[in-house]
Write a protein that binds this ligand. Structure first.
Ligand SMILES: Nc1ncnc2c1ncn2[C@@H]1O[C@H](COP(=O)(O)OP(=O)(O)OP(=O)(O)O)[C@@H](O)[C@H]1O
Ligand SMILES: [Mg+2]
Length: 163
């Protein structure tokens, strides 16, 4: 771990195995109604992390990127999860028409890739995760992950990741 304080941690995920291990630590801390933003460039590993998280929560089926559908629905670990990818999102009309507002109902766990594409429409996050591709001379490029807690619920979750 490079750095930690009350509201953020930053660590290196050397490979996908490390992403799976990280997701396994995060999974038990996911609470109903949690909103998690996932930031990072195309291919940074946002969907990979969501897939690992769903698997760690007991989801067995396929987890595909919501690139075209914008939203995929899951049930795992007794929770309802909503996986958004807003990269191709257009405007507020689309938000209303798709009924996205209703998905943020305080019970669904909402995992949002590219929230910046619908900036004023997506409800405030409890946790913001930022993935960054580490480019080095190493054969296998890992990722840096930063987890930032925004709300009290988010801070409780982060506390466990710091321990
Ligand atoms: N920790 C890691 N170390 C190395 N490679 C990784 C790591 N995590 C994911 N990858 C690889 O990086 C790619 C990430 O793709 P992924 O679809 O998860 O990105 P994304 O951030 O969701 O992109 P998009 O914005 O297009 O949805 C995959 O090929 C995956 O195998
Ligand atoms: Mg993705």
């Amino acid at each position: 771990m490079h750095n930690q304080n009350n509201s953020r941690i930053s660590l290196t995920l050397a490979d996908e195995v490390a992403t799976v291990a990280f997701a396994a630590r995060l999974a038990p801390e996911i609470k109903p109604g949690m909103v998690i933003y996932l930031h990072g460039d195309l291919g940074a590993g946002k969907t990979t992390l969501v897939r690992a998280l769903l698997n760690a929560m007991g989801y067995i089926g396929r987890v595909k990127s919501p690139t075209y559908t914008l939203l995929e629905l899951y049930q795992a670990g007794g929770l309802h999860l909503r996986h958004f990818d807003l990269y191709r999102f257009h405007d507020a009309d689309e938000w209303d028409a798709a009924g996205f507002r209703d998905e943020f109902d305080g019970r669904n766990v909402c995992l949002v890739e590219w929230p910046e594409k619908a900036q004023h429409l997506v409800p405030q996050a409890d946790i913001e995760i930022t993935l960054e591709i580490l480019s080095g001379e190493t054969i296998c490029n890992g990722r840096n992950i930063e987890v930032r807690a925004i709300s009290q619920v988010g801070r409780e979750c982060l506390k466990v990741l710091q321990s």
